[in-house]
Design a binder for this molecule. Structure first.
Ligand SMILES: [Zn+2]
Length: 320
């Protein structure tokens, strides 16, 4: 059998983007498993959620958004530090770029390596890669919660850190009155999970418990379609938890008996592939996911920095 192409380097087919108006002034742009973005109107300003991978990609999203509103962008909210979520930020011209305290620290610590790693893993998302002017630096950070008052009768947008999960510094954006949740990569809807920078045990336990406890009726995950209705939201959260739980069980069993990383990868792949193998980025993510969980179970507290070289080495070991 031929070796699998590295990560998503062979995934070149453009995805269909869909703009959905979830409530008055609440927008989500989904893209068949590519990273989702959103926006929320205040009375006289806009809050944008996530920035895509490059300014060129972001400008295409803003052109769609501008068909609905011409309010100025006051806030750009970034759910976490990953390059394909943040490096388009300069296109927004936002007054304030908001993220979690840890996200800013992670940009400083590993932003450059992550940029190189992610653009090589999925070059299709790096549309006009030369348009990125540099790293994206949040200008307002917080540890637990920040509330943006939207004005008029629009209610408020609450940004919350619900614990470690997909990264060390994930935030969610919650509209309590409309019961709409932008969950970032803490929840995916029919897209495989990327857990290469994750804290699996906390994510699968208390962090997802807190996501569920918000009681969202509409959920926009990091990738995949908008989830509508309480039951569908519960099932998207449950699917995310199931993926993590199977990983913990399979990698944990091999780790516990003194097996190898390669054996853990094969056991996890076999346990997940029937249910998740057709979902976007499953094959791409799994080697990085299992590698990080192996480290976590070995007592490596913080994720090892992914570099383009380390990506290739892990890929060759597990998918080669
Ligand atoms: Zn991410």
């Amino acid at each position: 059998m031929a070796a699998k192409p590295f990560a998503s380097s062979a995934d070149l087919a453009q995805k269909q983007q869909t703009l959905e108006v979830l409530d008055d002034g609440v927008y989500a742009l989904t893209a068949e498993g590519d990273p989702n973005v959103g926006a929320v109107e205040g009375e006289d300003f806009l809050v944008c959620f996530e920035a895509l991978a490059t300014p060129t990609a972001a400008r295409e999203w803003l052109a769609v958004l501008r068909e609905h509103t011409d309010k100025p962008i006051r806030y750009l909210v970034l759910s976490h530090y990953h390059a394909v979520r943040v490096l388009g930020a300069s296109a927004f011209g936002a007054d304030v770029i908001i993220a979690h305290d840890k996200t800013r620290e992670l940009v400083a610590e590993r932003g450059l390596q992550d940029w190189e790693s992610e653009f090589a893993r999925m070059p299709r998302l790096a549309k006009d890669a030369g348009s990125v002017p540099g790293l994206t630096w949040p200008t307002l950070t917080f540890s637990d919660s920040v509330t943006i008052h939207l004005g008029g009768d629009r209610g408020e947008l609450v940004l919350r850190h619900l614990g470690r999960g997909h990264t060390e510094g994930d935030l969610v954006a919650w509209l309590p009155r409309q019961r709409i949740l932008f969950a970032g990569d803490l929840v995916e809807a029919e897209a495989a999970l990327y857990t290469g920078d994750a804290f699996h045990r906390e994510w699968a336990g208390p962090t997802l418990d807190r996501v569920a406890a918000l009681g969202a009726h509409t959920l926009v995950g990091g990738r995949g379609a908008v989830t509508r209705g309480r039951d569908a939201v519960a099932s998207a959260i449950g699917q995310t938890r199931h993926f993590l739980t199977v990983m913990l069980r399979e990698v944990g069993a091999v780790h516990g008996r003194g097996g190898t990383l390669k054996e853990a990868f094969e056991a996890t792949h076999a346990a997940l592939v029937d249910r998740y193998g057709r979902w976007p980025i499953f094959e791409h993510c799994l080697p990085f996911d299992v590698s990080r969980l192996w480290d976590e179970l070995s007592g490596v507290e913080r994720p090892v920095i992914w570099t383009a070289e380390r990506d290739r080495a892990v890929w060759a070991e597990l998918q080669g």
